[in-house]
Design a protein around this ligand. Structure first.
Ligand SMILES: Cc1cc2nc3c(=O)[nH]c(=O)nc-3n(C[C@H](O)[C@H](O)[C@H](O)COP(=O)(O)OP(=O)(O)OC[C@H]3O[C@@H](n4cnc5c(N)ncnc54)[C@H](O)[C@@H]3O)c2cc1C
Length: 394
C-alpha cells in the first residue's frame, strides 16, 4: 500500500488474522506424529497438500479471473509462516504459490487460460522448478541443458539436480539454454523458460530419480534425453528466460523467509516451554543465563528479520523495487531461525536427539534455508555489489 505522500506502508501485528486462524485450523489436523512418520519413510505429505489446496491457500496469489484468491504476496507469506509456526512444513507445496508467477507475468493469454485455473483448483500441480545443474550449481548462466528448436518442437538434452517435487508435479518450469553462450552478447541472454508437461514426458525422453537426502524434501535428479517439447510451451520470448526467472525470485525469497520466521516462532516457543519446565540442580534450567540468553537473542533476531520480511513484501505488493530487501529478508530469516534451532537443541539437552520431540527433525529441516533456494554467500555478494557498489567478487 502506498500513502498520499508516495510512501509504502506496512502493517505491524497479526495482519490477515482470518487467514492465520484458518491455516492454524487446517494444520491442527496434521500433528507432529504425521510429520515424523512422513520423515521416517521419506513420503510426500499428500493429505496435507490436498487439505491446503482444498482450503484455497495454495491458489492465494493467483488472480481471481483465473480462479485464485488474488491476494498479495504478504498474504502468501502469512499462510506459509503460520504453517511453519504450527509445526507443519510447506516445503512440499510452497512452490505451487510462486512458480506460477513466471507464467502469470510472461505467459501468453492462451497459456494462462490453459494452466492457471487448474493450478488454482488443484487439478494441475506446477511445483517443479528445473534450474540447478550438477556441474554449474549457482552459476546459473553457465547451465548446460540445451533446448534446440526443430520445427514445431524443442528437443531437450541435459540434466538437472535438486528438482524438488518433480514426482508430485504435473508440470515443470524448465530453464534451458536455447542459444549457445558463445553466441550471445550477454551470458544472461539465450536462456529460455519452457513448460514441460511431466505427464507426457516421463518415459518419453525424461527420467526422474529421487535423491535420498537429509530432509524429507522429495528432491530429484532429472535427465533429458531428446525430450520433445512443443514450441507453444515456451514462455514469453525465446532467450529472455533468465530475466523472467529473476523477477519471480523476489516473491520466492519473501515466501521462503516467512517459512523460516514461522519455524523460528516454533523453536522459540518449544525452547521457552522446556526451559521453564525442566528442573535440574533444584530449579528450572531457564533460570540460567546460559540457557535463557541464546533463546532471547534468537527471539530478537527473528523479530528483526520479520520486519525485513514485512518490508520486502510491502515493497513487492506496492510494485516497488525490492531485490535487496527480499534477499536480505531471506538471509536474515535463515540465519535467525538457525540461531533459534541451535538454542532449542541446546535447551533440550539429550532429549533434543530423541525423535519423538521433533527438535532434531525441525533442526535438520531449517538448515536448508541457509543454502537453498540461494545460499547466504550469494546474497552477501549481491548486497556487496548491487547495494553497496563494491566490485563483483566472482
Ligand atoms: C533440498 C534441496 C532442494 C532444492 N530444490 C531445488 C529446486 O526445486 N530447483 C532448483 O533448481 N534447485 C533446487 N535446489 C538447489 C539449490 O538452489 C542449490 O543447491 C543452491 O543454490 C546452491 O547451489 P549448489 O548446491 O550447486 O552449490 P554451489 O554453487 O556449488 O556452491 C557451493 C558453496 O559455495 C558457495 N559459493 C559458490 N560460489 C560462490 C561465490 N562466488 N562467492 C562465495 N561463495 C560461493 C555457495 O554459497 C555454497 O555455499 C535445492 C537444493 C536442496 C539441497
Amino acid at each position: 500500500m502506498t500513502d498520499d505522500a508516495g510512501l509504502t506502508q506496512m502493517a505491524l501485528g497479526e495482519d490477515y488474522a482470518d487467514i492465520r486462524d484458518g491455516v492454524r485450523k487446517v494444520c491442527a489436523g496434521y500433528p507432529m506424529e504425521y510429520w515424523r512418520e512422513k520423515d521416517e519413510i521419506s513420503e510426500y505429505p499428500h493429505e496435507f497438500v490436498d487439505a491446503m489446496t482444498e482450503a484455497g491457500y495454495l491458489g492465494a496469489l493467483i488472480p481471481e479471473e483465473f480462479g485464485g484468491a488474488g491476494l498479495p504476496v504478504r498474504a502468501g507469506a502469512v499462510i506459509l509462516e503460520e504453517i511453519h509456526a504450527s509445526g507443519c512444513s510447506a516445503a512440499a507445496c510452497h512452490a505451487q504459490m510462486y512458480i506460477m508467477g513466471t507464467l502469470l507475468r510472461h505467459g501468453s493469454e492462451a497459456q494462462k487460460q490453459a494452466y492457471l485455473p487448474g493450478i488454482a483448483s488443484g487439478e494441475i500441480r506446477l511445483q517443479a522448478f528445473g534450474v540447478t545443474e550438477p556441474t554449474t550449481g549457482t552459476d546459473t548462466t553457465q547451465l548446460k541443458t540445451r533446448a534446440v528448436r526443430q520445427g514445431d518442437h524443442f528437443v531437450v538434452n541435459g540434466q538437472k539436480i535438486w528438482t524438488s517435487r518433480a514426482k508430485q508435479s504435473d508440470l515443470m518450469l524448465l530453464l534451458a539454454r536455447t542459444t549457445p553462450v558463445d553466441e550471445v552478447a550477454k551470458r544472461t541472454d539465450g536462456l529460455s523458460t519452457i513448460i514441460v508437461d511431466l505427464r507426457d514426458a516421463v518415459g518419453n525422453g525424461l527420467e526422474i530419480q529421487g535423491i535420498p537426502a537429509m530432509v524429507n524434501h522429495n528432491t530429484n535428479q532429472v535427465f533429458f534425453d531428446d525430450l520433445k517439447v512443443p514450441v507453444e510451451n515456451l514462455i514469453g520470448e525465446e532467450g529472455k528466460g533468465f530475466r523472467y526467472i529473476l523477477d519471480g525470485m523476489n516473491a520466492e525469497r519473501v515466501l521462503v523467509a516467512s517459512e523460516a520466521i514461522g519455524d523460528g516462532r516454533w523453536f522459540t516457543e518449544k525452547a521457552v516451554a522446556y526451559a521453564n519446565e525442566r528442573e535440574v540442580f533444584g530449579g528450572p534450567i531457564g533460570a540460567n543465563q546460559g540457557i535463557q540468553f541464546p533463546i532471547a537473542k534468537a527471539y530478537a533476531q527473528i523479530q528483526a528479520a520479520e520486519l525485513m520480511v514485512r518490508k520486502a513484501a510491502a515493497l513487492f505488493d506496492a510494485g516497488q523495487p525490492c531485490g535487496s530487501e527480499a534477499n536480505m529478508a531471506k538471509m536474515l530469516a535463515s540465519e535467525a531461525v538457525w540461531e533459534a534451532a541451535e538454542a532449542c537443541m541446546q535447551t533440550y539437552g539429550g532429549f533434543a536427539f530423541a525423535k519423538e520431540y521433533d527438535i532434531e527433525r525441525k533442526w535438520r529441516e531449517c538448515r536448508l534455508f541457509r543454502t537453498a533456494p540461494i545460499s547466504t554467500n550469494l546474497i552477501l555478494a549481491f548486497v556487496a555489489q548491487h547495494v553497496l557498489g563494491m566490485p563483483r567478487s566472482y
